[in-house]
Design a protein around this ligand. Structure first.
Ligand code: HEC
Length: 213
């Protein structure tokens, strides 16, 4: 092999190594690696909760449709009283660190985030193949529960659990970038009185229920 062949071969090998390096996902200088979305609650300067990002990859703890309440619950609100009028699917996600902690200790740590997506119950799909059954149609709501004893805005937040509606009240298909916590009477009270474990409706979430003795 003469000198020019050696240089050519060297250049080929260097090129191959470079492409393997790029394919293997090694960062090039100046290419910022995207940080994973945080799974702790993030707040705006005024104390509002920022919409949790990436919850679709968290632990899916359970789903239900069309649950209504028995008459005369003291913690009932007008909003909740009408919830069975148009049946919705509720799909609930838990941040992975809280799931791991719950699995180990059967307690919800600080912080814990639960995200509940609400979907209209759809029964017709465009191909017309269905004759029965319902599926998750249009998203019509998104609510969040956060356990945090030290939120930035204590005055306006029930502790340790605070509750947020993250969709636009005038157009519930729109998710807001941030939202303020509701007062105790609107949300926390019913959860505290009737949810089976630490404000959380574990009784309806099979993924958590099966971790109990
Ligand atoms: C009258 C009782 C009641 C009131 C009031 C109430 N909830 Fe709930 N909530 C429930 C029940 C029952 C569930 C169980 C799962 C479901 O609804 O699909 C639940 C579940 C949730 C979840 C899923 C995580 C969890 O805690 O188990 C979130 C988030 C939530 N509610 C937010 C809210 C918000 C925000 C408000 C106030 C605007 C509110 N809730 C008011 C009864 C209530």
């Amino acid at each position: 092999m003469d000198a020019s062949q050696r240089t050519w071969r060297g250049a080929m090998l260097a090129g191959l190594a470079l492409s393997l390096w790029i394919v293997s996902g090694v960062q090039l200088p100046g290419q910022a690696q995207q940080a994973p979305a945080p799974t702790t609650p993030q707040y705006a300067p005024n104390g509002d909760l920022l919409m949790p990002v990436g919850f679709e990859t968290w632990v899916f703890v359970g789903s239900n449709i069309g649950m209504a309440y028995r008459q005369g619950l003291p913690a009932m609100t007008a909003r909740e009283a009408t919830r069975a009028d148009a049946p919705r699917f509720h799909n609930v996600y838990l941040n992975p660190e809280a799931y791991a902690h719950f699995r180990a200790t059967r307690q919800f740590p600080e912080p814990t985030i639960l995200v509940m997506e609400n979907f209209a119950a759809a029964d017709k799909e465009p191909q017309g193949i269905l004759s029965a059954g319902q599926y998750n149609g249009e998203r019509v709501g998104l609510e969040v529960a956060v356990k945090n004893s030290n939120p930035p805005d204590r005055q306006n937040t029930t502790v340790p659990w605070a509750y947020y509606v993250m969709t636009d009240p005038n157009d519930p298909s729109k998710v807001l970038p941030s939202s303020g916590a509701f007062g105790d009477a609107a949300c926390a009270r019913c959860h505290r009185q009737h949810a089976s474990m630490d404000n959380v409706w574990v009784q309806f979430y099979p993924t958590l229920k099966k971790l109990l003795p």
